[in-house]
Design a protein around this ligand. Structure first.
Ligand code: SD4
Length: 336
């Protein structure tokens, strides 16, 4: 293959943005140059409410904070927003009126991960997930054990459900026949940091009025989130049962590894899942992705999945691609 001058320059800039650590044979002059050519951060998260989290993540990176700090403190913004009915203390409870939260975090460097599922009464599940990653030899803690660990770590507790969510739950109980399946969202936030590495996290209260103990895709590594520092990062939102059975975020990263752009990788993953699970709009799955070059994209099973993208140049809500109605199959199909 003949390398054009333009291609060579493009490759060189990627080479320089990767950073000195990856290239031990670099001369000190080249190392210095690479420091000057830091990667421009790219932060991508699910839904328009992710934008406030992205903005905080960018602020942290610009102040010299680490990629993990940016993920954790960015997600704090959404977890702190009590008007958000699907993340943190403002989240919808399960069928027994108890809020059970799911969260995970991944660090590209070291391929590290931490996760908590069905954790109760902890204000920032993302911080509990990070402590699991950094302070234990495990990857995932659930239920009472996860809460106990978070309390021992001194993490903040919070009253949940809020008064408003409790009233809604009582009303739901009174009219059990009403389906609450549509009432859920997640913040998945993934980023390429100035150090050239990839990081990501997820936090959700999951499916509203779920069975007690139900765990969705969001705390499952490879399901609701996956980060491969050599390739890219991906996150999911939607019906977790339709993501976790297919290792959805892992599939997105796999498609990128085989050469797909982030948007193509998200689309191909939704298509692959829809082929096995044709159930029309009931599929309800969406993915976001960013790759090692800082390219990003999103796609879902329905039109109009909106996600937030933030770089030093702009911070905005964009609309992901959707697969066609034909590819989605007829409404009906397998559970759930
Ligand atoms: C879950 N995937 O618990 C989460 C909820 C969600 O849009 O993201 N809904 O299944």
């Amino acid at each position: 293959m003949v390398t054009t001058r333009r291609q060579f320059l493009q490759d060189s800039s990627v080479f320089l943005s990767v950073g000195a650590a990856a290239w031990p044979w670099m001369t000190s002059e080249a190392k210095e140059k690479s420091m000057l050519n830091k990667t421009s951060p790219v932060i991508v998260s699910t839904w328009p409410f992710g934008k406030a989290s992205n903005d905080e993540a960018l602020r942290i990176l610009q102040q010299g904070g680490s990629g993990l700090d940016a993920v954790e403190k960015g997600i704090w913004v959404t977890e702190n927003d009590l008007s958000n009915s699907s993340v943190g203390a403002g989240g919808m409870p399960n069928a027994m009126g108890v809020v059970q939260l799911d969260s995970c975090i991944m660090s590209g460097p070291g391929h590290k991960a931490g996760s908590v599922a069905a954790i109760e009464g902890i204000r920032h599940p993302i911080s509990a997930a990070r402590r699991v990653m950094e302070k234990t030899r495990h990857v995932m803690l659930v239920g009472a054990g996860a809460r106990e660990f978070a309390l021992k770590e001194g993490l903040e507790v919070a009253e949940m459900p809020t008064e408003g969510r409790r009233r809604e739950w009582l009303q739901w109980k009174a009219e059990q026949e009403k389906s609450a399946a549509k009432n859920h969202d997640t913040i998945a936030l993934i980023l390429l940091a100035p150090d050239g590495h990839l990081y990501g996290g997820c936090s959700t209260s999951g499916w509203a009025y779920k069975l007690p103990g139900r765990v969705g895709d969001s705390p499952i590594i490879g399901g609701g989130l996956y980060v491969d520092d050599e390739v890219g990062a991906a996150g999911a939102t939607g019906i977790g049962e339709n993501v976790m059975r297919y290792c959805g975020s892992f599939q997105v990263v796999s498609f990128m590894q085989r050469g797909a752009t982030p948007t193509e990788a998200c689309l191909e993953t939704v298509k692959a899942i829809a082929r096995k699970d044709p159930k029309g709009a009931d599929l309800s799955i969406n993915f976001i992705a960013v790759d090692k070059k800082g390219r990003y994209g999103a796609a879902g099973s329905a039109q109009g999945f909106s996600y937030s993208v933030t770089t030093p140049k702009f911070s905005q809500v964009e609309t992901g691609r959707a697969i066609s109605t034909k590819e989605l199959g007829p409404v009906g199909g397998n559970r759930p």
